[in-house]
Design a protein around this ligand. Structure first.
Ligand code: IVH
Length: 699
């Protein structure tokens, strides 16, 4: 029991216990003990200290494992098991109050099929073909219960452990949005008792401003708006709360049925008439679970635009009688579901650090992680940026770290968790010799830049430039390896985007350039800015992405942006893309330097079309082509695939059905046969003309 003393830190913050491996009662007892103690500690970190060490998802997962074991071994379930409590320890300094009805928790799920199972269970138990739901944002603030008697606010309490919460009446009274007396637009406002529940939150902009103010005063900043709201609400001095920008959204009346409400939707419509703020703008009444799932997805997409933090959608059965019928299981109502967004934060362990040498010789420390899913993407490496960052955040190998990936931001380490250290962690130092070539590394005074002093990096850039310019890529004539080298040596180009800044005057200075040839190269570069996604992807020189893979990718993703957002899983779902390629593509687009380069290329006016995205027209439908001899632009297979994509057939022998024979140098008997049969024969130029006549892109 841990009702009094402070729970002690478990050896392992997320024990590696798989209920599937547990086969006898002794093992189950040990596992249940360990999971229970671990969960108690995390409850304490979360509720009492407002400083959790693990993510919500990890917490939920621990809880689920404990529930599974307890349901298999019901005799081992202790009355004070964490599964039997909502999980808060009220703070001693604030008075305690008992909730008139327990404040429940919500079952949290992350997957669409879990939302479907929830719906199926509701419909089955209600014997209904369909169940209507109310969907609301799941606010990431602090749950609060306000008790109104005869229309007057008499008590405000936090959730605490669900039965008993902290008395924060004086603090809540400082929140302007909370009416001390209800408006009596509706008779029920004056009922003997109204148990109104909602969430106290701080807006994101206000949170930033508060943190800036605290920092100025030399005080500790809050980690997030939820902690800021909780910390502000649980002040012992209401004067402090009064100076904090707190808001409230109401989302339930616990005794609604007593007040003769029939539907939750009606409750939400009525609360504002009493003066209680409801987020009607973002709440919906929906007829099916599919609509609720779509609501969740749309909300996830709009999450960043909202002024306040949310971490999912809450889906509730609208009909209150149906809610009652579905009832409550231990700590969760069976008529409501928290369908949460993929968590943006997670903790994991740094297994090792590698030092990457970029094209410019810059050395970046990259942490190799115990893979962890954040925001729906598996993350196994994360840049630690530079020595200064590592020192500032005191990050060590072996450390448990908190990672964040918000929206489309690249994952980063928020902080290390020194409390979780066991003693074997080691310092991270950027080496003073380049890990690739052994040359000296130059470290800037502020420790923000470490550069390999060997100009070897230039060799890589030369390769990258000449590949970029090559025929199957951007097709920039006159920019081979030699020219690339000259440009690099003259410091005119330090990445691909610099090509577009080149001026004739710059080039004229270089050996072997005359005014005309300089002008020609600049024109070539500029004139090739418009190209296809396929060529561009190939041109980027992403490891593992040759011309064919580039084609496959361009067929699956309409735009570069879509590809940039793709997760390794998205890529793996494509036939022909294996884990090597997927990893390489994801890591290429995840690299800050590459993203910056792509942004500069866009600024330089690179324009991409993607004719492969949707094979809409079939301009060569019903035509049959035979290819013979060699072509310059394509291999024979590529040419065959090209016409097939346009609806034609590619045949290997000439027959009465053949419409065109495309002949290149080295054409043999097929050419003779074509002539015999008076079938039109196209050379490569004529074939290209034909395609261009149809306005067909040539890739
Ligand atoms: S209804 C019995 N609606 O989620 C259901 N809760 O795990 C009572 N929460 O801390 C809760 N947004 O404060 C409900 N729109 C919403 C919510 C919401 C956030 C929080 C609630 C509690 C947790 C339940």
């Amino acid at each position: 029991m841990n009702t009094n003393g402070k729970p002690s830190r478990p050896d392992d913050l997320v024990p590696d216990i798989d209920p599937g491996d547990i086969e006898d009662e002794d093992a189950a007892r040990a596992a249940i003990d360990e999971l229970s103690n671990t969960l108690r500690y995390h409850n304490y970190r979360y509720y009492v200290l407002d400083d959790p060490l693990i993510s919500d998802a990890e917490y939920d997962d621990l809880m689920r494992r404990l529930e599974e074991l307890e349901s298999r071994y019901p005799d081992l379930q202790a009355p004070d098991s964490p599964t039997q409590r909502v999980g808060g320890e009220p703070r001693d300094e604030l008075g305690r109050v008992e909730h008139p009805m327990p404040m429940l928790s919500l079952k949290a799920v992350y997957e669409e099929d879990e939302a479907h199972s929830f719906d199926q269970r509701c419909r089955r138990e209600l014997n209904n073909g369909s169940v209507a739901y109310i969907a609301e944002p799941k606010y990431d603030g602090v749950a609060i219960e306000l008790l109104y008697e005869g229309g007057r606010l008499v008590q405000a309490a936090t959730r605490g452990d669900g039965d008993t919460g902290e008395d924060v009446t004086a603090n809540v009274k400082t929140i302007n949005e909370v009416p001390l007396r209800l408006l009596d637009g509706d008779d029920r406002a004056l009922a003997d008792q109204i148990i109104a529940r909602g969430e106290v939150y701080m807006r994101k902009d206000e949170f930033e401003a508060l943190n800036a103010r605290l920092a100025e005063q030399g005080q500790t900043a809050f980690a997030n708006p939820r902690n800021a709201a909780a910390g502000s609400l649980r002040q012992l001095d209401p004067n402090i709360t009064a100076r904090r920008p707190l808001h409230i959204y109401f989302y339930a009346v616990a005794n609604a049925r007593e007040l003769e409400f029939e539907h939750h939707w009606e409750v939400l419509q009525t609360l504002p008439e009493w003066g209680l703020r409801v987020n009607l703008e973002q709440s919906r009444r929906l007829e099916t679970i599919e609509e609720a799932i779509a609501y969740h997805d749309e909300l996830a997409a709009r999450r960043e635009e909202l002024e306040y933090e949310i971490d999912g959608a809450v889906i509730k059965v609208d009909d209150l009688a149906a809610q009652e019928k579905l009832g409550t299981r231990t700590r969760e109502p069976r008529w409501a579901l928290a369908y949460k967004f993929a968590p943006r934060r997670a903790t994991t362990v740094i297994k090792d650090v590698v030092f990457q040498v970029g094209r410019t010789g810059r050395i970046t420390p990259v942490a190799l992680l115990e893979p962890v899913e954040i925001g729906g993407v598996e993350v196994s490496r994360v840049s630690l940026h530079n020595q200064s960052e590592i020192d500032r955040k005191d990050i060590r190998i072996g450390d448990r770290v908190l990672l964040e990936r918000a929206g489309d931001v690249i994952p980063y380490v928020v902080k290390s968790l020194p409390e979780a250290r066991e003693g074997a962690e080691t310092q991270i130092r950027i080496p003073d010799k380049c890990p690739v070539c052994g040359a000296d590394v130059a470290m800037s005074a502020d420790k923000k830049q470490a550069i390999c002093t060997n100009p070897r990096g230039d060799a890589q850039l030369r390769e990258a430039l000449s590949h970029y310019a090559s025929r199957g890529a951007m097709d920039i004539e006159g920019l081979g390896g030699k020219r690339a080298e000259q440009l690099i040596e003259a410091r005119l180009v330090s990445d691909l985007a610099d090509l577009y800044e080149l001026r004739t005057e710059d080039l004229e200075q270089l050996e072997g350039f005359a005014r005309k040839s300089a002008q020609k190269l600049v024109d070539q570069i500029q004139s090739r800015r418009k190209t296809t996604l396929q060529r561009f992807l190939y041109a980027l020189g992403i490891p593992q992405v040759g011309s064919h893979v580039a084609t496959v990718l361009a067929r699956h993703f309409n735009t570069l942006d879509e590809l940039m957002e793709a997760s390794a899983d998205d890529l793996l779902a494509i036939n022909e893309i294996g884990p090597h390629i997927a990893r390489s593509v994801v890591s290429f687009f995840g690299e800050g330097e590459n993203r910056r380069m792509l942004a500069s290329l866009r600024d330089a006016g690179i324009e991409l079309t993607n004719p492969l995205a949707e094979p809409t027209s079939q301009p060569l439908e019903d035509q049959t082509f035979v290819f013979t001899g060699a072509l310059d632009r394509w291999t024979r297979e590529e040419a065959q695939r090209l016409v097939e994509r346009l609806g034609a057939q590619a045949s290997s022998s000439v027959s009465g059905n053949t419409d065109y024979v495309v002949a290149g140098p080295g054409a043999g008997q097929k050419l003779d046969e074509a002539r015999d049969r008076e079938i039109p024969v196209l050379d490569e130029a004529a074939f290209i003309d034909l395609l261009e006549n149809y306005d067909i892109p040539l890739d």
